[in-house]
Design a protein. Structure first.
Length: 278
């Protein structure tokens, strides 16, 4: 069984926020830039097709996290988990500029609710006020998650969504030094600071990297693959970026490029460690 650490299922507000027909051309263009194609289930916005594609690709479990800046709210996650309890792991997305509300959502959705972890992307262009990863205003969130063993998925890097100056590796290095027990998984894996991010992960066992799109056909993608095969076999996780990538295409690339003896770690074991279910 494979675990997908990054997808947006066609469910509830995800449909309006990501699958709307007027956004098809934008999604298609972005996927094509990475040499990929959208899943057939994208055009149907069908959960049945999504689950069938997951099964065909060998994905048995996937992390679903909203993107608040696109109008995708946390409210749908409990219903998704109730409807598909064996297929999805819910992460509540925080807006950290309102610290009191963010801490309350950790309480409501994770500590007292069905979610396993939290998702943040405070440097994204949709953020009302951008923050670097080492912004002191985020530290109470890190502290709470570290104390309660709550994993954090963090949008960190990429071509779109933020200027790279907001995601310099020095800030990441400071956070993992200050919170060595915090389980942190970086979506986009720090791109374009590929080598620097790989270096930091090599020295920190609880820092996980999910290159997702950037391990397929992007500049620097081979560095992620080489790291997964050798130096960082315990840190790289698989993220499909579905529906921007057909599950089967993403899995095929990893199965072809990752050494068989470490494939299970990359596709499942590391995600389990990140989630605390190993």
């Amino acid at each position: 069984m494979y675990i997908d650490t990054r997808l947006r299922p066609p469910y509830g507000s995800f449909i309006e926020g990501f699958y709307a027909k007027e956004k098809w051309a934008v999604r298609e263009n972005f996927a094509e830039q990475f040499g990929m194609k959208l899943s057939p289930s994208f055009y149907e916005a069908s959960m049945d097709l999504c689950l069938a594609e997951m099964a065909e690709a060998g994905i048995g479990l996937a992390i679903a996290a909203p993107r608040r800046g696109w109008g995708i709210g946390n409210e749908d996650i409990p219903q998704l988990l109730e409807a598909y309890p064996d297929k999805f792991i819910g992460f509540a997305t925080l807006i950290p500029t309102d610290l009191e509300a963010a801490l309350q959502e950790i309480q409501d959705y994770v500590l007292d609710g069905p979610c396993t972890g939290i998702y943040m992307e405070p440097a994204h262009d949709t953020a009302k006020e951008k923050m670097t990863i080492d912004d002191e205003r985020l530290y109470p969130i890190y502290q709470t998650c570290s104390e309660h063993d709550i994993p954090i998925s963090y949008g960190y890097g990429g071509f779109i969504g933020t200027d790279f100056i907001w995601q310099k590796p020095e800030g990441l290095l400071q956070v993992v030094k200050d919170f060595p027990n915090l389980h942190l998984n970086l979506n986009h894996a720090g791109f374009p600071y590929v080598l620097q991010t790989l270096h930091i992960a090599y020295r920190n066992k609880n820092l996980f990297l999910s290159p997702d799109l950037y391990s397929f056909h992007a500049p620097g993608c081979q560095d992620y693959i080489e790291a997964a095969n050798r130096l960082l076999t315990n840190n790289i996780t698989f993220g499909s970026a579905y529906p921007l990538v057909d599950f089967r295409m993403g899995v095929k690339i990893y199965e072809e490029k990752i050494r068989p003896e470490v494939l299970d770690k990359i596709m499942c074991g590391n995600a389990k460690r990140f989630l605390g279910i190993a």
